[in-house]
Structure formats: C-alpha cells, structure tokens
Design a protein around this ligand. Structure first.
Ligand code: HEM
Length: 404
C-alpha cells in the first residue's frame, strides 16, 4: 500500500484512505513533487499524473492509446475479462473506431435532445414527491431513479429491471476501481455472467420483436457488430450510463449545499446552470482516474517512461492544476471557461457526455425552481470506498422549498 518511489527525488506514501476521503490534498502534494510521479498504490505501480498539460497530452497521444481491462495477470476472472475486452472503453484503433461510430449514432446531440421531455417529466414527478418529505436522499431517491429510467429507456429494457441494474452497476464499478479485492473480482465475474445471460435474452426477444430502442437498432447492424460486442456494449452503457451521472447530480447538490452563496447566485441567474455543471465536473469530477499503458519508450515532462509502463491519469487532480485554473480549490460557478478533463479527451472522450449534461442541467434547473435552500441533513458525508470515482454513499438533504 505504501510507496517507495524510485525515480523522484522526494518520496511520498500513497495511501488509499487519503485518496478516498479527500484526495485533493494528496494530489497537490504529488503535483508539487512532479506532475507525473512514479509510485505504487494498492499493489499497482506506475506513473501517477496530476498535471493538466501532461494528462491532456497522454489522453490525446495515440502512442498511449492502449487500455487493458484487468492488470492482474490471471485468467481467473475469465468472464469479466472476455466481456471487458469487447467493450469499446478497452478497445483500441480500428476495432474501437468501428464500434464507437455505430453506438455514437444514439448519443448525438440531436438524438439525446429527444429524451429531454422524458427527463424533465421524470425530474418533476420525483421532486413533487420528494420536496414534501422535507428530507430525502439525493442519491437513491432522486439521482438513481432518474438516470436508471433514462438508460433503460434508451436501451429498451423493461423499467421494472432497474433495481437489478443498480446492483449490477454498483458492483461492476467496484471491479474496475483500484481498490478492488479478489473477492470483488470474483463477485463481478459471477455478476457479469448474470448480465450476459440477461442481455442474451433481451437481444433474442428483440430479434423477434424489434422496437425503436438502441439494442433493436444495433441488431439491425449485425454485419458491423458481433453478438458479443452487442452484449458488452449494453453492459457498458448500463454501468457508464448511470453510475457516473448519479455521481454528477449528487456531487452538484453537495457542492451547492456547502456553498450557499453560489446557490443564491445561481437562483438569481438561471443562465448559470450550464456553467455551474461544468464547474461541478471540474471541482468534484465523478471519474477521478483513468488508465493507459505506454506503447513505446517516451519522455514526458523530463521523466522517462518505458514501453509497458502503466499510467494513471488523475483527472480530478488535472482539473485543479493551478497552471490552468485560477483558485483551483474554490467552487466558482461564474468561471469564464472550464476546460476540465472529467469526460476524458481524445479518441475515448465520453460518449455519453451530452446525455449526462442534459440530465444534470435539467435536474439543477428543476432544483432551483422547487427548492429555496439546500441544507445538509447530516454533516457526516460518506464517500464510497473507491479511488477512481467520486461517489457519495448517500446525501440526505433538508429542503426549504420555494412555491412552484
Ligand atoms: C457525469 C457523467 C459521466 C462522466 C464523468 C463520464 C466520464 C467518462 C470518461 C472520463 C471517459 C473516458 C475514459 C477514458 O478515456 O479512459 C468516458 C468514456 C465513456 N463514457 Fe462516460 N461519463 C459519464 C456519463 C456517461 C453516460 C451517461 C454514458 C452513456 C449513456 C457514458 C458512456 C461512456 C462510454 C461508452 C465511454 C467509452 C467511450 C470510448 O471508449 O470510446 N458516459 N466517460
């Protein structure tokens, strides 16, 4: 768990606890030593990138394009490995481009905009029920019901299965986190088998009886997508399509509950909704870490990386690089530009960013209409024990509500 740093002049202990509760102080210490730092954490050694310039360069540089699903050199988690290897997130070059082009058709701004009425309707009906309760959990009672309904509708799976999605998504998120244990991987291997069976059935039904949903559309493109890729894509969208957006919406509420002056500013000027969401993405990025493998020896910022080295891009750290952002540790919704890396950059740039933004904008716009003051019901904020994701276990708030 501790680091013995080999190439940097100073050494630092990378403890998972430091990354879980308040990672930003550790990011700063790392960046001060070097924006690309060689170390070891939780048995994974590699380069930890905290500098914005360095992170952006690596994300955009095709020589660093390669991702591997499971660094563990074991065949033990065969199902997990097989499914992950068919997910575009872990594909590279031609295979990646082919699959991404196909799936992207459903996530263009024009296509996503079609879901606005559904999203707004769901948000309104959820808030109508929640604000009368005076206290509610933003994570389980607001963000999850919204995002799971949206992704279930896009994929065309029964809404009553949404509860299972939540369990699957939450477990699989853990399996791709640094903190995963062998037990987590074993559980995920079993769960991915369940998901595989689930989507095999869904796909069979849709072959016989197609609808207007994404899975039915992809089935029609069967000369361009294999059955395994179709299943893996459905699983990827279930996980990516709701966990991170839940975190964005919950992190937004938390940021405003902690910054009442910014909440007042937003309430007085609703044109700040979109910049406010960009600022939350920068300030409390739902995805904190993504990984790459160097494909050749290369020097970055004076450090020599070798082919095969693992690179861990700390997106939440890059987003607070003082060379790019003034007062990086301050939550300021009126910032002029927020070129954050929260959706990544380059060829793997988040496919669902337009959808995530739409859901978050609509949620925040509705909250400022319905809620006068956001107050935390408890100051004991619990983050899930994850290193790569900024994910609240729950977020109970009191709402002092405005008349609609
Ligand atoms: C706030 C919410 C979200 C955040 C912060 C987020 C973050 C990210 C990041 C950082 C990546 C790039 C990973 C890398 O380059 O290594 C990514 C990729 C991806 N995201 Fe998102 N995401 C969000 C929402 C969504 C949604 C709603 C969907 C789908 C409905 C989605 C689907 C994907 C897919 C499919 C990829 C892989 C793209 C590729 O490999 O070409 N994401 N996301």
């Amino acid at each position: 768990m501790n680091t013995v740093n080999q190439t940097n002049e100073k050494q630092i202990h990378l403890k998972r606890e430091d990354l879980m509760d308040d990672p930003y102080a550790l990011y700063e210490r790392l960046r001060e030593i070097y924006p690309i730092y060689k170390g070891r954490m939780l048995k994974q050694s590699g380069w930890f990138v905290t500098g914005y310039k360095e992170a952006a360069l690596i994300l955009k540089e095709p020589s660093f394009f390669t991702r591997i699903p499971l660094p563990e050199s074991t065949e033990k988690y065969g199902q997990l490995k097989r499914v992950q290897s068919k997910m575009m997130l872990y594909m590279n070059n031609q295979d990646h481009r082919k699959l991404r082009l196909l799936v992207n058709k459903a996530f263009t701004p024009k296509q996503v905009e079609k879901f606005r009425p559904l999203i707004e309707e769901v948000i309104d009906s959820l808030l109508d029920e929640l604000i009368v309760k005076k206290e509610f959990d933003v994570v389980s009672e607001f963000a999850f019901p919204l995002t799971s309904l949206v992704i279930a509708t896009i994929l065309g799976v029964p809404q009553e299965d949404r509860g299972r999605f939540r369990v699957w998504a939450s477990a699989l998120l853990q399996s791709i986190d640094f903190s995963r244990s062998h037990k987590t991987l074993e559980d995920s291997d079993r769960l991915i088998g369940e998901l595989n069976d689930y989507f095999t059935l869904v796909i069979d039904k849709k072959r016989k009886n197609p609808g207007h949903d994404l899975i039915s559309k992809l089935i029609k493109e069967q000369d361009k997508i294999t059955n395994e890729e179709l299943i893996a894509t459905s699983i990827l969208l279930v996980i990516a399509g709701h966990e991170t957006t839940v975190n964005l919406i919950s992190n937004t509420v938390l940021a405003f509950a902690k910054h009442p002056a910014e909440w007042e500013l937003l309430k007085s000027d609703s044109s700040l909704v979109a910049p406010a969401i960009e600022e939350v993405l920068r300030y409390e990025s739902p995805t904190q870490l993504t990984a790459r493998v160097a494909m050749k020896d290369i020097e970055i910022a004076g450090q020599e990386l070798k082919s095969g080295d693992q690179i861990y891009l700390l997106l939440g750290a890059a987003n607070r690089d003082p060379d790019v952002f003034e007062n990086p540790n301050k939550f300021i919704i009126s910032r002029k530009a927020t070129p954050h890396l929260s959706f990544g950059m380059g060829g793997h740039f988040c496919l669902g960013s337009t959808l995530a933004r739409l859901e978050a904008h609509a949620a925040l716009a509705a909250l400022i209409q319905h809620v006068d003051k956001l107050e935390l019901a408890s100051h004991d904020i619990k983050w899930r024990k994850l290193v790569g994701f900024r994910s609240l276990e729950q977020l109970k708030i009191h709402t002092v509500h405005a008349s609609k």
